[in-house]
Design a protein around this ligand. Structure first.
Ligand code: SAT
Ligand code: MN
Length: 605
């Protein structure tokens, strides 16, 4: 393909976009270029083509209209953190939690991989905007990809298409350049495979240039570049530079029986229940949850001094296994409306999908590996990180404020992880800086959302470990400064939660899911000065009787154990926190050492 051919029929005069597409096409040498419009006709063409290549299986329209099943290559099932790089100009700006390579060295290496990588394929040009097109500063991007699966998924997950391109052209807007290839060129006459990808994978962010280069994977956060790569890694750098926050947080609206509205943002690592909490069906009478977002929050201090949050995404990319009518009835209703893509779950003979934990276990199915599966099979039917990808607009409990470009003012931030021990069900930080300390020392057992061992406790600061696009010490400093540069009294109160604490027999102490509404109630009652707390060395824990457990089937002993602050367990935590902080050397804000000293003193160390 010559440069002129690439630009014939280009539906824009935006020189930056034209140059980006031309240069990429010269390097990657696709057979065709397709400028995405985002129209229904385009969706039909794309999905028909994906059915044709065997990437998609159309689900039974009577059960899940306009929905598709996909199974990935078993080597391409999750984010690849060890292949993910922050290629800042200075190594220091990526350290110490990110992989780094000198940008020009990385570009040389990747140009080698990209050279001719789209032969035999179509390059899709996806103009998109993260957040609202009507935002004061719309956050544009253009993803170039050779994957129709990615293109279809991007249409669900981000606002994209002709209306976005038109606005970009009108404004001659700056945009994030997002290059993606599965790295599987086709020679003349070579047949395609259902899930093209490459053993070699690179997920690379160039923060100063606001550019993303991804290669070798077609999966989720590796390939839908508006999501983790842009809305977290690149946006966190923009947020640092401009004084706001790009965070791995759900956003929900909670209305009390008296009609009092509060907005809560919560950061949990991948596959720790953000989607379920965002769509919670409260078990306590009269309380209502509405959803604003399930994964990413962009938060700016408004003129009123409060922290206003928007969800930059347009879809939900939820973990499938464990989702059911009990754990997340709202998600079930959302996906049952159709228009969804299911990846690495099981396919039933009726043309429906199934996964572990879903009701109505089928007598037989095809597993995500394409093998016959029955309930007696030793292997799971679905990959632990299998996903549903569905339009957020289909969610019945989507809060109307979702469409407001100003977002919502956040009253409380929750940090949480998966911990079998030590961390109580809920406690409140003493102030913003202490809350920053809690976030900076957040820990969680690893999940299947990233390739690697599962169940290992690691520090995952603000649930952002894989997503901080710059030096994590500076990131903590940025959080501290948000409290200093603004009126901290107007900022959200900060809490720490742990739904996953276990008893001696390994069972969960707290029932979780809809019952988590009881914890949310305590949180908002704290904010309104109504709920009592006891001061402990780690923060404020619910006073006996202050957590509403009315009608909850739980022994007083279990509740006490769920809320307990075990000084010995906390003493054991201290050397781990110390070691974690030492990683950052002089880049760690000294106030975090002061917080640790305070905690040690309160523990009697
Ligand atoms: O694969 S994604 O990054 O999109 C989902 C997740 O890991 O949170
Ligand atoms: Mn996530």
């Amino acid at each position: 393909m010559t440069a002129t051919e690439a630009l014939t029929d280009a539906p824009t005069t935006h020189q930056g976009i034209l140059d980006f597409v031309r240069e990429a096409a010269e390097l990657m040498k696709p057979d065709r270029i397709h400028w995405c419009t985002g129209s229904d006709e385009e969706w039909i063409e794309l999905t028909d083509a994906l059915v044709g290549t065997g990437t998609f299986t159309r689900l039974n329209p009577a059960i899940k209209p306009n929905s598709f099943y996909a199974a990935s290559d078993p080597i391409d099932v999750a984010r690849v953190e060890d292949r993910t790089y922050i290629c800042s100009v200075n190594e220091r700006d990526a350290g110490p939690t990110n992989n780094w390579m000198e940008p020009s060295q990385m570009k040389d290496l990747m140009r080698g991989l990209y050279d001719g990588c789209m032969r035999g394929r179509t390059m899709y040009v996806i103009p998109f905007v993260m957040g609202h097109l009507e935002a004061e500063h719309p956050m544009f991007g253009v993803e170039l990809t050779d994957s129709a699966y990615v293109t279809a998924s991007m249409r669900v997950m981000a606002r994209m298409g002709s209306h976005v391109l038109e606005r970009m052209t009108e404004l001659n807007a700056p945009f994030v350049q997002a290059l993606h290839s599965v790295g599987h060129p086709l020679a003349e006459g070579q047949a395609d495979v259902a899930w093209p990808c490459n053993d070699t994978k690179y997920i690379v962010q160039f923060p100063e240039e606001r550019a993303i280069w991804s290669y070798g994977s077609g999966y989720g956060g590796n390939a839908l570049l508006g999501k983790k790569c842009y809305a977290l890694r690149i946006a966190s750098v923009m947020a640092r530079d401009e004084g706001w926050l790009a965070e791995h947080m759900l956003i929900l609206k909670l209305t009390s029986p008296q009609g009092v509205v509060k907005y809560i943002a919560a950061a949990f690592p991948s596959a720790c229940g953000k989607t379920n909490l965002a769509m919670l069906a409260p078990t306590i009478p009269g309380w209502k949850v509405e959803t604003l977002g399930d994964d990413i929050a962009w938060m700016r201090v408004g003129e009123d001094g409060r922290l206003w949050a928007v969800n930059p995404e347009y879809g939900l990319f939820g973990v499938a296994p464990g989702t059911n009518e009990h754990t997340n009835p709202n998600a079930m209703r959302t996906i049952n409306k159709g228009n969804s893509v299911f990846t690495n779950v099981a396919l039933t003979p009726e043309g429906d999908i199934w996964w572990e934990g879903l009701e109505n276990t089928p007598a037989q199915a095809t597993s995500w590996k394409g093998e016959p599966w029955t309930p007696d099979s030793e292997e799971l039917s679905s990959h632990a990180n299998s996903r549903y990808c569905t339009p957020i607009k289909q969610c019945d409990i989507l809060a109307p404020e979702y469409d407001d470009p100003r977002g919502v003012p956040i009253d409380a931030i929750l940090f949480g992880g998966r911990r079998k021990t030590t961390i109580p069900l809920v406690f409140e930080a003493r102030d913003w800086t202490h809350g920053t300390f809690l976030g900076a020392t957040l820990s969680s057992e690893t999940t299947a959302a990233a390739v690697g061992a599962v169940g290992v406790v690691r520090r995952d600061p603000m649930a952002m470990l894989p997503f901080i696009g710059y030096n994590a010490g500076d990131y903590f400093g940025h959080w501290v400064n948000m409290g200093k540069d603004n009126d901290a009294a107007k900022l959200p109160r900060i809490f720490y939660v742990n739904w996953f604490r276990r008893d001696e027999d390994g069972g969960f102490l707290w029932p979780g899911f809809g019952e988590n509404s009881r914890v949310l109630k305590w949180v908002v009652e704290r904010i309104d000065g109504q709920a009592a707390a006891v001061e402990t060395p780690i923060g404020h824990v619910p006073a006996p009787g202050s957590l509403d457990v009315d009608g909850l089937d739980m022994t007083p002993e279990a509740l006490e154990a769920a809320l307990a602050v075990d000084v010995e367990e906390w003493k054991a935590e201290i050397p781990q926190i110390q070691e974690w902080f030492e990683k950052f050397g002089d880049d760690l804000p000294t106030v975090l050492w002061t917080e640790l000293d305070g905690l040690k003193a309160r523990l009697g160390l």
